[in-house]
Design a protein around this ligand. Sequence first.
Ligand code: FES
Ligand code: FE2
Length: 392
Amino acid sequence: MASDDVGSETSKPSFVIPEIPIAAPEATGDNFPEQMAPLIFSAWYVIAKSEDAGRTLSAIRVLAQPLVFYRTEAGEPVVLDDRCAHRRFPLSKGRLKGDRIECGYHGYAYEKSGQCIWAPGTPVEQELKKGLPFGVRSYPCAERGGWLWVWMGDPTRADPCEIPLPDIGGNCAATLYGYKLNPANYMLLIENLLDLTHVHFLHGASDLTYAAGSLPREAPSPVNGVSWIKEIPQTETGLLGSMCGDDPERLVRMAEDSTQYGPSLNIGRQSRSPLPGDIEKCKLEKFVVAHALTPLDHRNTHQFFMLCYSDPLVIDPQSVLKQTEEVVFEQDADAVFSMQRFIDEENRPGRVEFSMACDRFGMAMRKILRVMKERELAELESVGHAERRAQP
Ligand code: FES
Ligand SMILES: [Fe+2]
């Protein structure tokens, strides 16, 4: 795994960069549906698997902002605004020359700090010592857990120690990484992950006792997050157990927990043990799944996921990934898209949703995310407009 150091410079740039509109009007207010969460900039988000950040220019859109990322010759990750400061051509369509990006339109050249250091009219052999007085925004980034993370808020407040990923990959027999794009607001994904009763009804991957049995209980919560635990005295080991060689209908005891860390990460864990009197060890004892949720914009969400199995898989890992991505997570993506469409078309007055006990953690997250956004806007309000130009 690469180092946890911040990849890009975090100090305030001395050159002018275009302002990022973090207070988009639809992010808050009466017309913003309660089921959707606002875009929160003061957070760490996954933008790629570490090994996918390399010596080519890659593009991704995060919080409706275009980003370009690459690695320097020394291997340091760099994330910049993907709009040339000259005429907004995507820098990701340009060329990587050494550690610099050369815009593919008129050739303006940018350092990893985002500062423009060359433009037509400058002798080609002359390097501008001080650079030009403008550039593009550089985003703090760091690597953790096999992923590249970016901080989208005030760069002076970026602290990679706050990346909320606990060490979950250690002691795993198999760790698989994948990606899914969900055409829905990220809050619908958070609620999907916090209410796992859907695993039986939407995926058919568990028996009904899993959904009808005990309710999740509140567990100690992380900052800006929620956590629950649940014990199921008897249920089928299901699809997951079968991936490690158990009969999917084998009855086991299961303990499960799920934790949501701010807007960007959910971690779910399951442990299986034999029923009293059953002396055969479960073929899959522990399973952990991390979902890094990165809003592309208000209505689309990148989902980077990591699946960790404590025991060896008995089927080809690629077919496990295919089944997870193309069947299970596709069912989730289809469900949240369908709900997003109804949210966008909503014209029914009065109460349109009725919640039960299983929804309490999702409902708590709706509130937490709105409070985070209000705090972010209040902080922005306290910073002068001129200052915001340098630290959006
Ligand atoms: S748009 Fe990039 S150099 Fe002109
Ligand atoms: Fe699901």
